[in-house]
Design a protein around this ligand. Structure first.
Ligand code: 13P
Length: 249
């Protein structure tokens, strides 16, 4: 089965609303003729101006997080209903920075994944191991544990349409990319895990990205791997280089 590639930029905590609009104006012509799905996951305050700035283009806007409740007394949080109402299509869930600095648990992430689907949002669910876990040889066990916990009770029809991002924590923002073999090995293990929990057709349909120091020099080799369906890009998504990554062949 031919899966359409998806390249998403994770802007993290960068760009004021005015700068976001400027960056979109720079990147827009560089990504508009691509044959992959292009997503900009922008800070919450940039979502509305980014949606306006990308109207009528091939760029979809994503959020970087959301809460699992519909509304109410949760100061500082953003609800799935708000994202849906604004016109957001994707939401990154469980990025390692949120797991580490904001103590997000798999139990919460499981609720967030389910809520995202209730509101027509496509989760980009992140998983990944620390350097210590890799050195201990427990990478694949750890990733499977994350995937199984985060997807518990999520139906196969939803999983088939979601995105999973494999991001080794030691490769994020370090310039130390996983080798194509390492990245492919884990992305294949994720697909096999989905086949185990669900079935082959769900596994063949779910899109799996690699993230961690993706740049214009390594993207084409990574994205050419049989189980890697694109990338989740941090630092390089804030530069014209992102256009090269999106268009790499
Ligand atoms: P870098 O591309 O800056 O390493 O970040 C990867 C990442 O965390 C994307 O979500």
């Amino acid at each position: 089965m031919e899966r359409r590639k998806i390249v998403a930029g994770n802007w993290k905590m960068n760009m004021t609303p005015a700068k976001a609009v400027e960056l979109i104006a720079t990147l827009r012509p560089l990504v508009e003729s691509s044959d992959v799905d292009v997503v900009f996951c922008v800070p919450a305050i940039d979502i509305v101006p980014a949606l306006t700035a990308t109207r009528g283009t091939n760029i979809e806007i994503g959020a970087q997080n959301m809460y699992f409740e519909e509304s109410g007394a949760y100061t500082g949080e953003i609800s799935p209903e708000m994202l849906e109402g604004a016109g957001v299509k994707y939401v990154i869930l469980g990025h390692s920075e949120r797991r580490e600095y904001f103590h997000e648990t798999d139990e919460e992430l499981n609720k967030k994944v389910k809520k995202a689907f209730e509101h027509g949002l496509t989760p980009i669910l992140c998983c990944g191991e620390t350097l210590q876990q890799r050195e201990m040889g427990i990478t694949l066990d750890w990733i499977k544990l994350q995937i199984k916990s985060d997807l518990a009770g999520v139906p196969s029809s939803d999983v088939a349409n979601m995105v999973i991002a494999y991001e080794p924590i030691w490769a994020i923002g370090t310039g130390k990319t996983a080798t194509t073999e390492q990245a492919q090995e884990v992305c294949k293990a994720i697909r096999d895990c989905i086949a185990d929990i669900y079935n082959d057709s769900t596994a063949q349909s779910v899109r799996i990205q690699y993230g961690g120091s993706v740049n214009a020099g390594n993207a084409s080799q990574l994205f050419a791997q049989p189980d890697i369906d694109g990338g989740l890009v941090g630092g390089a998504s804030l530069k014209p280089e992102f256009g090269k990554i999106v268009n790499c062949k």
